[in-house]
Design a protein around this ligand. Structure first.
Ligand SMILES: Cc1ncc(COP(=O)(O)OP(=O)(O)O)c(N)n1
Ligand SMILES: Cc1ncsc1CCOP(=O)(O)O
Ligand SMILES: [Mg+2]
Length: 213
């Protein structure tokens, strides 16, 4: 998990299909794709997941799916990301066993503790700033929010990988990485870029350059 510092999350756009957006991120060097298709019928998510999972295999990339635990098991995807309104992580762990990645969303230190106790492999912590990519956003954390929660984690010896998420642009990466997070997850910055492949490359370069290990 530590080797993976950048997760691209799909989002509906008029410009690209889910498949094409994943392909562009992969072409730019991303090796961790999350298929997130809010409000799409289960069979549509499944059809897209089958195609993107195959593409990820071709690129040697990790492929996880937002929300759909049973689909992850059925297809043999690499894992699932779960938030407050999804299946509890402990239940997902019972269904998936230990060989699947389970990520959990956190906005507070208590959220982190709950997910760690339930067996989460990584935390998606955010939002960093306001974003239209997700409805019903939790309070914005900003740099100080990350520093505070990561400080509490360090004090308690909690070392689960944390990816920052929510409204992050290439210009934010250095500062966000400096807070001590392990990596970055984003969507809109790549989908809005004039050239998503080169945007992905630049983001990966910035993450590498701000390596805090
Ligand atoms: C890496 C990552 N972090 C957070 C989220 C948000 O998940 P959730 O809170 O379940 O909200 P939805 O994405 O389901 O709207 C995520 N998907 N990925
Ligand atoms: C899924 C999710 N969870 C918190 S913010 C967010 C959206 C991230 O997308 P963007 O990078 O476009 O803000
Ligand atoms: Mg969810």
């Amino acid at each position: 998990m530590n080797a993976i510092k950048f997760q691209f999350i799909t989002h509906f756009t008029e410009r690209y299909s889910y498949f094409d957006s994943a392909r562009l991120a992969l072409e730019g060097g991303c090796r961790w794709i999350q298929l997130r298709m809010k409000d799409a019928p289960a069979e549509v998510v499944e059809a897209e997941a089958v195609r993107i999972m195959q593409l990820c295999k071709e690129y040697g990339a990790t492929f996880i799916i937002d929300d759909h635990v049973e689909l992850v098991k059925k297809l043999g995807a690499d894992g699932v990301h779960l938030g407050k309104n999804d299946m509890p992580i402990a239940n997902a762990r019972k269904i998936l066993g230990k060989n699947f990645i389970i990520g959990g969303t956190a906005n507070t230190f208590d959220d982190v503790c709950m997910h760690v106790n339930s067996g989460a492999d990584y935390i998606g912590m955010g939002p960093f700033r306001y974003t239209t990519t997700k409805k019903n956003l939790s309070p914005v954390l900003g740099l100080q929010g990350y520093k505070g929660i990561l400080g509490q984690m360090a004090a308690k010896g909690i070392s689960v990988p944390v990816v920052a998420i929510g409204g992050i642009t290439a210009d934010d990466i250095e500062d966000v990485m400096q807070t001590g997070v392990s990596g970055i997850a984003l969507s809109g910055t790549i989908l809005r870029a004039t050239d998503p492949v080169s945007e992905t490359r630049q983001i990966l370069q910035k993450i590498d350059n701000s390596n805090t290990y």
